[in-house]
Design a protein around this ligand. Structure first.
Ligand SMILES: *Cc1c(COP(=O)(O)O)cnc(C)c1O
Length: 404
């Protein structure tokens, strides 16, 4: 790692504290029975991931298995359209088609070092489940993925992908039979199997240390952006970085090494669904209030009496009622600006990128692209859009939408 990068990490103005807080957000709000598992992780994660042995294994797999560094591509025709200089960080070219595998690689190496031989995960749309099943096959570890029964029916291809990879997919049949029910089932499993099992959470959410741990694994994205911009532009700092936010892991990774460089404008894009005020959206910062979700204090969409509101987005990966606690803090401090994009705006931006650059983006990533229309850029600005994933998995949604 270069000295410049080391320095930026050591500044740590927005970093998590010992108790897992970013400002007022974060912490570990967990049932007492889960405490030993989370505590074991908290006591060991930094020590392990900072060793040369861990870093060597992590970096080697990112290079040879995931295909990193992913390119930083100067999108010329898109740049012409918006009259500024746009680069795409090509996380869509990662093995399995999105950034999620950066995190699952990191966590499975950690699990092995902790002596765990079974992996559990929860998944909504199935992308995190596939990324988890993938690294379990790679390492020869047993894998159980909990998934809402309704989601299993909606996301059949990903269910079959996980099964081909050797994972057991267990339907969650309580409540709305979606992501939150799958999360509950996974937590229950973990409580009952604390000694041999590691729980891989798929975004920068959950009790401390998950948000910080996942952020660190994904921060390879901004580490590479700095080094690649140095080569392309002779400077490490872009003027703007734009990323979509579901739970917030690709955005956390794309922002991390720029957080203390206040000159870099950081823009997070949430899913407005059918419109922020339509009652069908996932625009957490626009609508949310502080509360506890999945083990941490954060911003979430909730009713007056604190019931979590069902989120909606055309994009399964952004269909989440909260955001990670670091993002809640970055929103509150104003360090990151939050925009949102509707289903329609995202779909149009997805087709636009396809036509201008020959890249069909994941619909999640298309939300980040839709923000190009909402932010003012100067012609000499350097803009980096984090292209979190590829659109192959979304073909049915593009077809159903049909306007191309
Ligand atoms: C899961 C997913 C997201 C949303 O998750 P974050 O944790 O917010 O990054 C975004 N893009 C793609 C392609 C995804 O698969």
């Amino acid at each position: 790692m270069s000295d410049i990068l080391k320095n930026t990490i050591e500044k740590k103005r927005y970093a998590v504290d010992e108790q897992g807080y970013y400002g007022q957000f974060g912490g570990a709000y967990i049932p007492e029975m889960l405490y030993p598992n989370v505590e074991e992780l908290r006591e060991n994660y930094l020590q392990i991931i900072e060793t040369d042995e861990f870093q060597n294994e992590f970096r080697k797999l990112l290079k040879d298995y995931v295909g990193r560094p992913t390119p930083l591509f100067h999108a010329q025709r898109l740049s012409e359209k918006y009259n500024t200089k746009i680069y795409l960080k090509r996380e869509d070219l990662c093995h399995t088609g999105a950034h999620k595998v950066n995190n699952t690689i990191g966590q499975i190496i950690l699990a092995k070092k902790l002596g765990k031989n079974k992996i559990i995960a929860e998944t909504g749309a199935g992308q995190h489940g596939v990324a988890t099943a993938t690294v379990c096959a790679l390492m020869g570890l047993e894998c159980i993925v909990y998934m809402g029964k309704v989601d299993m029916a909606r996301q059949k291809p990903n269910v079959e992908r996980m099964r081909i990879l050797g994972a057991e997919v267990v339907p969650a049949t309580c409540g709305s039979q979606t992501l939150k029910d799958a999360t509950n089932e996974a937590m229950r499993h973990w409580i009952n199997n604390p000694l041999d099992t590691h729980y891989i959470i798929g975004s920068v959410v959950g009790p401390h240390p998950y948000p910080d741990m996942v952020t660190r694994f994904q921060s390879v994205i901004s580490e590479e952006i700095r080094l690649q911009l140095e080569q392309e532009e002779g400077r490490q700092l872009p003027d703007h970085v734009i990323a979509c936010v579901g739970g917030g892991s690709n955005a956390a990774g794309a922002f991390y090494h720029f957080l203390d460089d206040e000159a870099v404008n950081l823009i997070a894009v949430e899913a407005a669904g059918k419109g922020v005020d339509s009652g069908e959206s996932a625009a957490t910062t626009a609508l949310g209030k502080a509360g506890v979700l999945h083990g941490s204090k954060t911003l979430l969409m909730q009713t007056e009496d604190g019931q979590v509101i069902e989120p909606y987005s055309i994009s399964a990966g952004l269909d989440y009622p909260g955001i990670g606690p670091m993002h809640a803090h970055l929103f509150e401090t104003g360090r990151v600006k939050f925009e949102n994009a509707s289903d329609e705006e995202a779909m149009q931006a997805g087709v636009e990128l396809s036509r201008l650059e020959g890249i069909i983006p994941a619909i999640e990533s298309a939300h980040a692209l839709a923000a190009l229309d909402k932010v003012k850029f100067a012609p000499n600005d350097v803009v980096v859009v984090n292209l979190s994933g590829r659109g192959d998995k979304d073909l049915d949604t593009y077809i159903k939408w049909g306007k191309y």
